[in-house]
Design a protein around this ligand. Structure first.
Ligand code: ARG
Length: 569
């Protein structure tokens, strides 16, 4: 006998696939990926799974006789119902399956009780994803330059990708690649003042004053020559900035395994240049710069500059060296870079040059681009430091919370406000496709209702307090959870592995965000209509079990997104 898969959705999928397999004489696995759990709808009770016959035909798995509707009907009629798959019927090019409500409730609750923070992770679907070592390079701010909203986006998106990959069983290396080498140091050294206070001022001066700009260039030249005085100053700036950033990352709940940076790869950049020369890939132009021609026909319609005429390296030169070095050190299976979309071309060129050099692993390097955030301001004006944004989120949240009555019971309202404020930032940022631009609006993101991080946290906290108040039982009678609201929640939870799968494939958090939002709305409605207090003991216990399950999945999902779930608010 084949052992039954433990994962709930897999159990049902297998069950359906085995029917198809028997009927069509093809292996079960053929059908697993063609079956998907159906998103719940508020209007009607929908069936649980759907098989796309159309997809099977277009993939050539089934012979196409030209009449999709008839073919779908015939197949649906051939499949036998049983006590698990209770209903099978044809739709437009799809077959619908409804599974036993009792079994559904039982399987979902059982899984949540057994797996807790690993809920859903044992799914066959997720096990089928490629595992290995993943380098995620993210955040990567520039030392001695202004922080911008893009760095916050990179930080939270990269953290999400690292969390997701990690929870799926990859060995993840979280890397911060600091922009710690370049002209900006030259500009700062001339002011001889604390770097953190002169960030903005000096940039403005350099924009208008040729002399400051020139002095900066000269200082960077000294740096590239490793002159002692210049190096000492540079080291000081780097240390101050990194320690400031560490504090902010801690507030965000983000950590890095490696702090690297452009400065680490100067020597190696020269080696890369030499290597490109011997490979005949580097050309010297009339102006004396070193370039690689990337155009298909060799007419320089697409090229990349790797050396300035004074022999200094560029951003891309250091990136080439860094990538090769990371492959040597970490032997990664894949590498993911998270930056704003304006760097798309840079990364295309980077991967192209690596491939031209014979580094075939560049095929498994990927750039995850994101769009611009407009209008991220604080009450003090323009955002200069990452910290400003976090302070503002916390202050505003604290003010909103002080108007609610529950705040008094909180042990540490500041801490809660910070966590909830950060959730608001993250959810707002993750709702749409990452590559889209969006307008930032404090009032909207901090609303307690609607699809916000605040609502998510609020739902979670309410469920937590319910469980705190009543405790929960180990086993319950599933037949007490056959009402419409409970079943909708169970159906929705069936989709969890598919949602994670989608996010793992395209690295977009929106699938998981939408899933958690719907779960919160379903739970909020259930919480209103399915009272625990005052219900007969057995019913109360069953409902508590349901809420506890939702609470667990909400918390797990939030953690993957990089949100710390709060238990009181
Ligand atoms: N420091 C860069 C910036 O702020 C981002 C670095 C991205 N990573 C890379 N390997 N180039 O624009």
């Amino acid at each position: 006998m084949v052992t039954q898969p433990i994962h709930m959705a897999c159990f049902f999928r297998r069950r359906i696939a085995s029917k198809l397999s028997r009927c069509l004489g093809l292996p079960e696995d053929t059908f697993i990926s063609a079956l998907c759990a159906i998103p719940v709808s508020k209007k009607q009770q929908s069936p649980d799974f759907r098989l796309s016959v159309k997809a099977l035909l277009s993939k050539g798995i089934l012979p196409d006789n030209g009449d999709l509707e008839a073919q779908t009907k015939t197949l649906a009629n051939q499949l036998q119902q049983d006590d698990v798959v209770e209903e099978i019927f044809a739709g437009r090019g799809v077959i619908h399956f409804r599974v036993s409500r009792i079994q559904l409730v039982q399987k979902v609750l059982e899984q949540s009780r057994k797996e807790r923070d690993k809920f859903g992770m044992k799914s066959e679907l997720l096990k089928g994803l490629k595992k290995g070592t993943t380098v995620v390079e993210f955040s990567s701010p520039n030392i001695a330059k202004k922080f911008h909203a893009g760095h916050l986006r990179s930080t939270i998106i990269g953290n999400f990708i690292a969390n997701l990959k990690g929870s799926l069983g990859n060995n993840v290396i979280r890397m911060n690649y600091l922009g710690d080498w370049g002209m900006q140091f030259g500009i700062y050294s001339n002011t001889r003042a604390c770097v953190l206070q002169v960030y903005v001022q000096v940039n403005r001066e350099a924009e208008n004053d040729e002399a400051v700009e020139q002095a900066g260039r000269e200082f960077f030249r000294q740096l590239e020559q490793h002159e002692q005085h210049a190096m000492a100053l540079w080291r000081q700036f780097r240390e101050i900035t990194v320690s400031e950033y560490r504090k902010v990352y801690k507030r965000l709940g983000v950590h890095f395994d490696v702090y690297s940076g452009e400065s680490f790869h100067q020597k190696q950049a020269q080696e890369v240049v030499l290597r490109l020369q011997t490979q005949g890939l580097l050309k010297t132009t009339e102006k004396g710069t070193g370039v690689v021609d990337l155009s298909p026909s060799g007419d320089m319609s697409n090229y990349s500059t790797l050396l300035r005429s004074d022999g200094t390296s560029l951003y891309i030169t250091r990136d080439l060296a860094a990538a090769i070095n990371r492959k040597e050190i970490h032997n990664f299976d894949e590498m993911i870079y998270v930056t704003d979309k304006s760097q798309g071309n840079h990364f295309q060129q980077l991967f192209q040059i690596l491939l031209a050099m014979g580094h075939l692993w560049a095929e498994r390097c990927q750039h995850v681009p994101f769009g611009l955030v407009q209008g991220m301001k604080t009450r003090l004006g323009e955002v200069v430091f990452l910290e400003d944004v976090l302070d503002e989120a916390q202050a505003r949240m604290l003010r909103n919370m002080s108007q609610a009555k529950t705040t008094k019971e909180m042990d540490d309202p500041e801490d809660t406000a910070e966590k909830v404020g950060i959730s608001a930032l993250i959810i707002q940022d993750f709702k749409g496709p990452l590559v889209s631009d969006y307008k930032f609006d404090w009032d909207r993101i901090l609303q307690a209702q609607g699809d916000t991080g605040v609502f998510l946290q609020y739902t979670h906290a309410r469920l937590c307090s319910l469980i705190r108040l009543h405790g929960e039982e180990d086993t319950v009678n599933p037949s007490l959870l056959l009402d419409q609201r409970s079943v909708l929640i169970m159906q929705h939870l069936l989709r969890y592995d598919e949602v994670l799968y989608q996010s793992a494939c395209d690295l977009q958090p929106k699938h998981l965000v939408n899933f958690l939002m719907t779960l919160s709305h379903l739970a909020a409605s259930a919480h209103r209509h399915l009272p625990v207090k005052g219900s007969p003991q057995a019913v109360a216990q069953a409902r508590l079990q349901l809420f506890s399950c939702v609470c667990t999945v909400l918390a797990n999902g939030m953690r993957i997104l990089g949100i710390t779930p709060v238990e009181k608010m």
